[in-house]
Design a protein around this ligand. Structure first.
Ligand SMILES: [Zn+2]
Length: 410
């Protein structure tokens, strides 16, 4: 509620309805109840609003102010059942008779129904209703959403659901979370957009790893292939600067991802295992380790050995043994850097460690490499069942991903 009343108000709600029911069957009773529902809801809303209105009016200080002069103390009732207005509840639109008061200071009149409801002036759809409709429309097709609603007595059409998805989706902003891990994956996938050849647009996603596992969405955009990644990172650049450890970005090799960040923040891009020795050199340089010094050569040579892949090996047991040996060897390098106080290098390697052998391990388990793959499947399961404009696809995807990955709920 928009009001800040501390006190709970007890509302006496007696209702008496006259309903004609032809039969006593379950379905007849349900149908009769659905006929009754709007009246019941309207009556209940009206009663509660008047109850709170009365309570407000005897308070010295009101929770609303006069729109004209700012007075928040002296008002008189104009009407408790004034001009009709409609709002969309979880079940259907209902009509309410508005509560109107008059300012004793300047004489101007105003409705307080929406103030009491915690709604913006003139809006018909409360935020809560909108979020529910948006989530429903993001979880399944608009047609199915409408069908489900109708089955349970909702009278909400698919256009309203579609509009809610657009509105809520447009209001969702994904950004890096400075309290989570400074590690991200960036990836893109084709997505079907109406009027453009199949897979005509690319969905770009920036995914951030979470403390204790799991991922969250930190950026999303739909645009042309080879298009810019700027939009995804723009909002996150300030957050990247706040991370104490170097920001690690994993990607399968789209260099334009890196371009949009160049010069703005320090990003270590891990494309494949073979990049690690090069990036480690950057970390060593940050640590002030002299190039080609004894320590430098030791670390770089070890890492090069560890990261060298043997693509011809396909015996699972051998791969397993290789991973174990590489991991042990890597730990030694990290210990060595620790001992020498190569802090940036330690932190880079610690960060990279978790994923260094993922590709190899996944090959053993027959899994795909990227955690983003699953996310893309989640997107496509919804996007593939309708035709979309770019905006429409982006908005529905935002709501859907916010629900699956970022704790959005209704
Ligand atoms: Zn006034």
């Amino acid at each position: 509620m928009g009001t800040t009343l501390q006190k709970k108000i007890t509302i006496e709600f007696d209702c008496q309805f006259r309903v004609c029911v032809a039969q006593s069957s379950f379905s007849s009773i349900m149908k009769a109840f659905l006929m009754l529902l709007p009246q019941l809801l309207e009556g209940f809303f009206q009663k509660v609003l008047v109850g709170f209105g009365e309570y407000e009016m005897v308070q010295e200080r009101k929770s609303f102010v006069c729109q004209c002069c700012g007075n928040n103390r002296e008002f008189i009732w104009k009407t408790r059942h004034g001009k009709a207005t409609i709002i969309l509840t979880w079940f259907r639109y209902i009509t309410l008779k508005q509560l109107q008061v008059q300012c004793s200071a300047c004489g101007s009149k105003q409705y307080i129904t929406r103030t009491l409801l915690g709604m913006e002036p003139r809006k018909r759809i409360p935020e809560e209703t909108r979020r529910k409709l948006a989530l429903m429309g993001a979880l399944t097709s608009y047609r199915v959403s409408e069908k489900f609603g109708n089955m349970f007595g909702w009278a909400i059409d698919k256009m309203t659901i579609w509009r809610s998805v657009q509105r809520v989706g447009a209001g969702i902003d994904f950004v890096l979370d400075e309290n989570e891990v400074p590690r991200c994956e960036a990836d893109g996938t084709g997505i079907g957009i109406t009027g453009i050849a199949k897979r005509g647009k690319e969905l770009k996603v920036l995914v951030q790893y979470k403390e204790g596992g799991g991922i969250r969405v930190a950026g999303i955009d739909i645009g042309n292939y080879n298009g810019s990644w700027d939009k995804l990172f723009q909002k996150s650049i300030e957050v990247i600067k706040k991370f104490k450890e170097p920001f690690l970005l994993l990607t399968d090799g789209d260099t334009s991802i890196f371009e949009s960040l160049k010069g703005k923040v320090t990003v270590l891009v891990q494309r494949c295992l073979w990049h690690i020795p090069y990036q480690a050199q950057y970390a060593l340089w940050s640590d002030g380790v002299k190039r080609k010094s004894r320590e430098w050569l030791h670390v770089v040579a070890e890492l090069t050995e560890i990261c060298a892949s043997r693509p011809l090996v396909d015996c699972p047991d051998t791969i397993k043994a290789m991973i174990e040996s590489k991991k042990a060897r890597l730990k030694k390098v990290i210990d060595y850097c620790q001992e020498k106080e190569f802090k940036r290098c330690v932190s880079y390697l610690e960060n990279a460690r978790e994923d260094m052998f993922t590709a190899l391990e996944n090959r053993l388990a027959g899994k795909t490499t990227s955690r983003v793959e699953r996310l893309f499947r989640t997107v496509n399961m919804r996007v593939n069942v309708s035709k979309w404009s770019t905006e429409g696809a982006l908005n529905v995807t935002k709501v859907r991903l916010a629900y699956y990955y970022n704790g959005f709920d209704a």
